[in-house]
Design a protein around this ligand. Structure first.
Ligand code: TNX
Length: 544
């Protein structure tokens, strides 16, 4: 049954006025020395405006679910299943005497693409957005207004679905809010990745960057090159044990669909020209020297890389990317580009001949030639290229998107040059780094020190003019897995720091660490209810 209540159409101007009025009401206590948000209501990432209204709304078996549009059924289903699982309350589309939960698409109202307006009143809840994504995010907010038990995978006896009355106007500041997972150093199963996507969705993160190939493993099935996973998908560790794993194309499709149901795009990363040892082990003819290789079983980088002089290399890359773009129906493909040693190229007659022929003066320019050629391949398939900030060296293509990891310098330079940028500086965004000043009391990590506050302090717009800021697409947390061998450990590294990444991306201009801390303290109960492993340092004040 569709939603038929005769609601007033609100144009963009009127919406702006409502949001402004809400903002004024919400900000007033802050100006008087109070907090922007009422202490009892904790939403992360922080909404644009939130005001508390008197009273509460109770969802019960008699609550009618009203949808303005059939296209909202999958989004509604996602949440009704979740509500049913923990509370036993099965929200249905029906008309009885009870209150309502109304989800409405309205493209006339000027609500930004991922934004929403949520009104909780005693007689019902109204959620309006211009897209399904907006409805999804509004529902995620609603989940955080419910008791934490809503996150429980099993029924919570006697849980009342009571929600404080509020009016919320919300939209993200940044379009790209991501997490990267390295599947190569330690492999994650499909089920584990699905759990990661669930957590991302909770925080309105919308890009899953999947690091699928590296020196230590090739983890994506490519039909044309079966040895990539047969030989490149397995390594013998230094102690003789075997580490293996790869995703079949079916697995990939499953993850892509699972992510799509959570409004998450999946960005595959196929590393080149370095970090390619697993591929070269499978197909040594792609290297400068040929011969026989082994998938690397130490961390750090390998000297052998793809040969930039052979046409065979580019044919291989084109054929691999053809299958990749079929699997990942999104705008971007990440091609790595980081940490490529140039030693082999210096000694390789074919690479040197290529440099001469193309008029390239240094091996850095050869790397740039490599990436530009690959970018053309992607463009011919209608896709855009993302690379780590090393792609700046030797000359950056004007159309490439830079992911800044060696601090923010590369990203700042790229934005000033008019390139799009994703900020993932290691000093703020490396979730494989330690979380406290006493690493000996933490599980072993790669090094570094990135406590919650440090993540939260990331300023993706640092040193940029208002015009240059437009080139910053957003932010990303990176989970490299050299020292993360199990899924509980992975969650320990991810949570709660992921929440800080989300708040930087979604709520950039209203960040307030003390307020965030308070909200996180109350949302911690959601982790407990969901049975999620997380690091407790931040909650115990041990991370600063
Ligand atoms: C650098 S970040 C790397 C990765 C490592 C990571 C460890 C980047 C583009 N390259 O290969 O796993 O450091 O923190």
């Amino acid at each position: 049954m569709l939603y038929e209540r005769n609601t007033k159409r609100m144009n963009g101007l009127r919406r702006a006025a409502v949001c402004l009025a809400l903002a004024l009401v919400a900000v007033l206590p802050a100006a008087a020395g109070g907090r922007i948000h009422e202490r009892t209501i904790s939403v992360v990432p922080c909404p644009e405006t939130l005001i508390r209204r008197p009273g509460r709304c109770l969802l019960t078996e008699r609550t009618s679910l009203l949808l303005s549009d059939r296209s909202l059924e999958p989004v509604a289903g996602y949440f009704t299943e979740k509500i049913a699982r923990s509370s036993g309350i099965d929200l249905k589309e029906r008309r009885e005497a009870g209150n309502t939960l109304a989800l409405r698409l309205d493209t006339q109202r000027g609500i930004p693409e991922e934004g929403y307006e949520l009104t909780v009143a005693p007689d019902g809840i109204e959620l309006v957005a211009s897209t399904g994504a907006g409805i999804f995010y509004g529902m995620q907010t609603l989940m955080q207004l419910l008791p934490a038990g809503i996150e429980s995978p099993t029924p919570v006896p006697g849980m009342e679905l009571s929600i404080p009355c509020v009016e919320i106007c919300d939209a993200p500041r940044m379009a790209y809010r991501g997490v990267m997972l390295d599947a190569c150093r330690h492999f994650s199963t499909v089920e584990e990745i699905e759990k990661l996507l669930d957590v991302m969705a909770m925080y309105k993160l919308n890009k899953f960057h999947w690091h699928l190939t590296d020196d230590q493993l090739w983890t994506v099935e490519i039909r044309k090159y079966p040895r990539l996973t047969k030989l490149g998908g397995v390594r013998t560790e230094t102690d003789g044990t075997i580490h293996r794993g790869f995703y079949t194309q079916r697995d990939i499709r499953r993850i892509v669909a699972y992510a799509a149901a959570r409004q998450i795009d999946v960005i595959p990363e196929i590393e080149m020209p370095g970090h390619a040892m697993a591929a070269i082990t499978a197909y040594p003819e792609l290297s400068c020297r040929g011969g026989s290789y082994r998938v690397r079983n130490l961390w750090g980088v390998e000297q052998d890389v793809y040969c930039a002089g052979r046409e065979r290399t580019f044919r291989f890359i084109e054929e691999v990317l053809s299958e990749i773009v079929e699997l990942f129906p999104y705008e971007y493909v990440h091609v790595g580009g980081d940490e490529c040693p140039k030693e082999r190229w210096k000694e390789c007659p074919l690479c040197q001949a290529r440099m001469k022929q193309e008029g390239l003066k240094t091996e850095f320019e050869l790397q740039s030639y490599f990436i530009r050629r690959v970018e053309k391949i992607l463009q011919s398939k209608g896709r855009k290229l993302i690379g780590w900030d090393e792609i700046l060296e030797g000359g950056l293509s004007p159309t490439a998107t830079v992911m800044s990891w060696r601090g923010s310098k590369g990203g700042i330079a790229a934005a000033k040059a008019g390139n799009h940028v994703i900020m993932a500086p290691n000093v703020h965004c490396y979730l494989d780094y330690y979380q406290t000043k006493t690493p000996t009391k933490e599980p072993m990590a790669i090094g570094g020190y990135v406590p919650m506050r440090k993540v939260y302090e990331l300023d993706p717009y640092d040193q940029l003019t208002p015009g240059e800021r437009a080139y910053i697409l957003g932010v990303q947390g990176n989970l490299w897995t050299e020292y993360i061998a199990t899924f509980p450990h992975l969650k320990h590294m991810l949570l709660p720091r992921l929440a800080a990444i989300a708040e930087v991306g979604w709520s950039y201009d209203r960040k307030d660490f003390d307020d965030f801390k308070h909200r996180m303290n109350s949302l911690r109960k959601c982790y407990d209810a969901a049975g999620l492993n997380y690091a407790t340092y931040f909650f115990e004040g041990k991370d600063e």
